[in-house]
Design a protein around this ligand. Structure first.
Ligand SMILES: Cc1cc2nc3c(=O)[nH]c(=O)nc-3n(C[C@H](O)[C@H](O)[C@H](O)COP(=O)(O)OP(=O)(O)OC[C@H]3O[C@@H](n4cnc5c(N)ncnc54)[C@H](O)[C@@H]3O)c2cc1C
Length: 441
């Protein structure tokens, strides 16, 4: 029997590699070059559609830790990246076309993997892995939509997320507008001078150049904060930064403008900047939003992005093993499952490949421990969340240490060490009992 994997992107390739590594036969369907999404151009597999950066290598960062865990899980994507690195300081960056070539060569060389270049237009018979990415469209999108209904989202914009510990609580206060609804929001007040300096910086900051297909879809329904600001110095003060109904307890007065932060997770370790959907370049977001006094040292775990992105409302649509609740024989991997980022997408591909393999081997799938960043990420996807939005790998989603070191570097090193140990134990449990062809763990 051949296991179907639909989509030869970052997630699909990883899923196929794990399945093949455990001795299963795989039929990997990829629509390129028969059909290209508006962002895909390279006929090879594992295409990086935008930046060539796979982010930090340091295990003291969420993305660095993710890499360490993925290496233990035998990531094909990371092996391919090693062969075509380009200098990028402490980050892992690659030559994009050499990378896709290397991915294609590696997956094509695996025994048991058959690659078919075809557009899949209906949901496959299971067990199967669906990994068609955030630009899934056409008949397949319709089929998924019909099955998952309102669980299939399409968003144009997301606001940045910062860690709670990096917010200066001394320069902020908790309160809902007019005192209604408890203390759900953390308010970051600004004086007139602070606001005007922020407004100047925001309206002159550099933005990402949008592709045509994105421009069309974004501006109809959703307004980036910098575009709203350009309408005039007071527009934001009557919009997302309005101070009405808020009194700063430090002054007893209404601030000139207020940025509101909303808890992003139940643990309250992450905050979302309300109304700050933006298309500014990432370094510009750091520079401009750090002018908000309470955010002067803010650590951004996720920057605001604006591009077309279809994803499942994971807490509603998926079970803990990323299977569609409505079709438990169908695993959903990659950005479509509600994670965000190249490597996060690839990581869920590895997990879906492993879980599908275990089922085929008559074993039960098991989640990676919560202490690993991958384990935390899949648990995040499954936790009830009325405002679910895609999430990336970061330390804010990890359970805290039993005693938390005050120093962040020490703390992150300890979190990282704990995660790597846990991932070693996890992979040891699923070593392929002699079935492996050497490519999977
Ligand atoms: C415009 C844009 C820019 C992005 N930029 C970044 C970035 O810079 N950094 C970052 O970390 N993340 C970025 N992302 C987010 C995300 O990391 C990527 O989209 C990532 O490629 C997702 O991996 P995936 O495997 O889920 O999907 P993809 O890599 O998109 O792979 C899906 C594959 O499935 C194929 N496919 C689709 N439909 C079918 C079908 N019906 N039949 C057969 N095959 C099909 C596609 O051709 C593609 O090869 C971006 C996303 C978008 C949309």
């Amino acid at each position: 029997m051949k296991v179907r994997v639909i989509g030869g992107g970052l997630a699909g390739v990883e899923a196929a590699a794990v399945l093949a590594g455990r001795g299963h036969k795989v039929l990997l369907s990829e629509q390129k070059p028969v059909r290209f999404s508006p962002a895909h151009h390279d006929p090879n597999l594992g295409e990086l559609v935008c930046s060539n950066s796979l982010k930090s290598l340091s295990p003291a960062t969420g993305s660095g830790l993710l890499k360490e865990e993925m290496k233990l899980l035998g990531s094909l994507i990371l092996e391919a990246a090693e062969t075509c690195k380009v200098p990028a300081g402490g980050a892992l960056a690659v030559d994009r076309s050499a990378f896709s070539r290397a991915v294609t060569q590696k997956i094509s060389a695996l025994p048991g993997v058959e690659i078919v270049r075809e557009e899949v237009t209906s949901l496959p018979e299971g067990p199967a892995v669906l990994a068609t990415g955030p630009l899934t469209e056409g008949a397949l999108y319709e089929a998924l939509s019909a099955l998952s209904g309102e669980c299939l989202h399409f968003y144009d914009a997301a606001a940045p997320i910062v860690t709670a510990e990096s917010v200066d609580f001394g320069a902020a206060f908790s309160s809902s507008r007019y005192g209604k609804g408890g203390e759900d929001y953390l308010n970051c007040p600004m004086t007139r001078e602070e606001y005007l300096a922020f407004w100047e910086a925001l309206t002159s900051a550099e933005t990402v150049i949008l592709k045509d297909f994105e421009k069309r879809e974004i501006f109809e329904g959703c307004m980036p904060v910098e575009i709203m600001a350009k309408r005039g110095p007071d527009t934001l003060r009557f919009g997302p930064l309005k101070p009405v109904g808020l009194t700063d307890p430090r002054t007893g007065r209404r601030p000139y403008a207020v940025v509101q932060l909303r808890k992003e997770n139940a643990a309250g370790t992450l905050f979302n900047l309300v109304g700050f959907q933006t298309n500014l370049k990432f370094p510009e977001q750091r520079r401009v939003f750090s002018l908000i006094p309470a955010l002067k040292n803010a650590e951004f775990v996720k920057y605001g992005v604006m591009h077309r992105n279809s994803y499942l409302n994971a807490p509603e649509a998926l079970d803990p093993f990323l299977r569609l609740k409505a079709r438990p024989d169908l695993f959903v991997a990659g950005q479509l499952s509600g994670v965000e980022g190249y490597l996060e997408s690839a990581a869920t591909g590895i997990l879906c490949g492993l879980w599908a393999s275990l089922l085929l081997e008559g074993r039960e799938p098991v989640l990676p421990p919560a202490e690993t960043v991958i384990g935390s990420l899949v648990r995040y996807l499954n936790a009830p969340n009325p405002r679910f939005a895609p999430m990336n790998a970061n330390f804010g989603i990890l359970p805290p240490l039993p005693s938390t070191p005050r120093d962040k570097t020490v703390r992150n090193a300890a979190l990282s060490e704990r995660a790597i140990e846990e991932m070693k134990n996890y992979t040891a449990r699923f070593r392929a009992d002699g079935k492996t062809n050497g490519s999977a763990f």
